[in-house]
Design a protein around this ligand. Sequence first.
Ligand code: ADP
Ligand code: MG
Length: 279
Amino acid sequence: MRRMRQIAIYGKGGIGKSTISSNLSMALHERGLNVMQIGCDPKRDSTRVLTNGKFITSVLDTYRAFHDKGRKDSDISLEDIVFRSDDGIYCVEAGGPKPGVGCAGRGVLTALQKLKDLDAFGTYNIDFAIYDVLGDVVCGGFAMPMREGFSKEIYIVISGEFMALYAANNICEAIKTFASRSKIGLGGVICNSRNVDGEREIAEEFSRRIGSKLIYFVPRDNIVQEAEINKKTVIAYDPKSNQADVYRDMARRILANDRLDIPKPIDIEELEDLVQSYS
Ligand code: ADP
Ligand code: MG
């Protein structure tokens, strides 16, 4: 039997998780893998550039629509929640409650449970699943992909900015907690550059201090915005561009990675000193 891989991409809001996830999905798809990308952010914009700018119906919205029509949850089928992009990437958005109402992580809980119950990965022969998870708040819902049966392999997106590292450090705390119960680990750190002074060094040093490694350094490039405005991944928008090759190379590194670590979060003073020492 083929071994399926499930990875989760965590990081602070706006750090570049969805851009990285979508281009990774495309890069893996180009290599002939069957890919599913699962947006676990109430913003439900994870897969937007994979679907030509269309916001697909989220799992929670599907639940609401079924309730409104008086239909049972058990009537929901895979076709109601999994959307195949024109390129052939399977897209899911967990969705969330209306802003200000209820737990933001509920969509993730509901969506992942439903995908499991309906055997989404088996049905579509998925080789690689990518969970794109908002990681500012590591509440029960957002920690869901780390639980048994879902992703075992986590990547954290950072930049050289303090708040990005602070969020990453908190995510490490959550991974450490869950690692004692299920076999999960940190695959590595991805730096999505914000052009901060000494950024590569900060990213390498941070990764080393938490007991992990910098898997990839993604340069900042305006082509990302250009592709975004055109509702495409960089790989689809300009396949010959340097940035498209960056994402392909990142995908190769992730594919080749077989080391998972249990991270050791550092204390806030150490984090502050680390950032200061390179500025
Ligand atoms: P997240 O999913 O973590 O909230 P996004 O992937 O939506 O973050 O990215 C936030 C913004 O940063 C987007 O407008 C995106 O175009 C931009 N961005 C992401 N990566 C890069 C990059 N390498 N170079 C330039 N802009 C980027
Ligand atoms: Mg996002």
